[in-house]
Design a protein around this ligand. Structure first.
Ligand code: GDD
Length: 395
């Protein structure tokens, strides 16, 4: 892959937030053919494949069309492990069983390292309790519903499989070629970064809207524009300089090194992607005391790369957008580093958008503490003994 080197970087404590980089060539040939100029770098196919073999791609899924899932599976490069964490209904139709059968059939031909599990599996919750990680467990003693909860499980499973990197791709993507590009972007970003603590986020070139008059290639989703504005304001309140650096505040498609993932606090549901950035600023921004001096010393890098493929995915409607705006702005509002003046602006925004039910502050969302201390060998053994929904193909 041939892509821009970062041209602009916002430094915030020990975090480097790089401006959006563009892709020039999806496939730039083998390592031998790689050409590097002052502005553009090439990451060769051999290097990309090597990184992919150290990466797991997590697909969080809840009741999506099977045809879309099958397309997503076919777009993930062979050397990556695939992890499906499903929260699909089991009744009246067992949608999870259908997903399992799709993966089973796909893997009969693909023979790849893959795993599928249901988020609400009793044995999974029991395993987590036995390794003293109660962060995801709800009042019914099972893992709570929620995309973030599914993602954290996926990260634990990637660590269990001894992967160095974990990436996320939603299960409702219409274009397998776009899925493939996301993973190549993840691998190229990883290759370009110098620190063990890294995150690569995808910025979609277009999020097309389809209407009766045709396709309109819009640049921004309705939620992303607002989230990015407030994330940038959070940064500007400290630096004193306005910035537009953050462009991927809601990017579901992103990846991290496990070394970084296991240090983070996560916010539940659909605020997860926004809060990852807020939590980086909280933990490594130099404002609050840190518990992770090694990451402070080595630095944390966030890259944002713009795709060539447009992002076609399922449109989930207004109520879902409202949930996303409340979650994304709510996690900025409730952060310990959010300036009172910015809190006022967020409240104003939410009032204008009429997304809050009671004109009060946005709801405080459940936080998930880091999984670094989980004894992963015990987790592995107990999970394979207890989780009845688990299937793991280890090629
Ligand atoms: N495991 C699991 N558990 N997966 C879930 C759950 C859950 O409780 N809820 C939703 N998912 C899955 C969906 O099936 C889909 O694959 C993915 O999470 C994203 O959920 P969507 O409901 O499709 O969200 P979206 O497409 O509107 O929003 C996506 O893009 C946003 C940026 O535009 C999400 O990735 C957001 O988190 C992101 O901010």
């Amino acid at each position: 892959m041939k892509l821009d080197l970062p041209r602009f970087t916002e430094r915030f404590g020990s975090i480097s937030l790089h401006g959006v980089q563009r892709v020039f060539e999806l496939d730039s040939g083998s390592d031998k053919g790689k050409k590097v100029s002052e502005n553009i770098t090439g990451v060769g196919n051999e290097q990309i494949s090597e990184i992919e073999s150290k990466m797991a791609i997590v697909i969080p899924i809840k009741n999506e069309r099977l045809k879309l899932l099958e397309g997503v599976l076919s777009g993930i490069p062979h050397d990556c492990m695939t992890i499906i964490v499903s929260n699909s209904p089991r009744q009246p139709v067992d949608r999870y069983k259908l997903e399992k059968e799709s993966l089973q059939q796909f893997n009969r031909f693909a023979n790849k390292n893959a795993l599928i599990i249901h988020q609400r599996d009793e044995g999974l919750a029991e395993t987590l309790r036995e390794v003293n990680y109660n962060e995801l467990i709800g009042s019914d003693q099972l893992i709570r519903n929620g995309k973030a909860e599914g993602m954290v499980l996926g990260m634990l499973l990637a660590k269990m499989a001894q992967k160095e990197y974990v990436g996320f791709i939603d299960g409702d993507n219409y274009v397998p070629g776009a899925v493939n590009e996301y993973v190549k972007i993840f691998a190229s970003g990883i290759a370009m970064s110098d620190t063990p603590y890294k995150m690569i986020r995808v910025s979609w070139i277009y999020k097309p809207k389809i209407s009766e008059s045709g396709i309109y290639f819009s640049k921004w989703g309705r939620v992303s524009e607002i989230t990015n504005y407030y994330l940038n304001s959070l940064i500007s309140y400290y630096t004193g300089f306005e910035t537009e650096v953050m462009r991927t505040g809601n990017s579901g498609e992103h990846c991290m090194s496990i070394k970084l993932a296991e240090l983070l606090n996560f916010s539940s549901g659909f605020s997860v992607e926004t809060y990852e950035i807020v939590n980086l600023l909280e933990q490594f921004g130099g404002i609050l005391p840190t518990e992770n001096q090694e990451a402070m010393d080595k630095g944390v890098e966030v890259m944002q790369v713009e795709t060539r493929n447009p992002h076609f995915h399922e449109d989930k409607g207004e109520a879902h957008l409202k949930e996303m705006i409340n979650g994304s702005l709510g996690c900025i509002y409730h952060s310990r580093i959010c300036h009172p003046k910015l809190q006022e602006k967020i409240l104003e925004e939410l009032k204008n958008k009429s997304t809050l039910d009671n004109n009060g502050a946005p709801p405080v969302l459940e936080k998930i503490n880091p999984f670094k201390e989980v004894d992963i060998k015990t987790f592995d053994k107990k999970l394979h003994d207890k989780a009845t929904s688990l299937i793991h193909w280890n090629y």
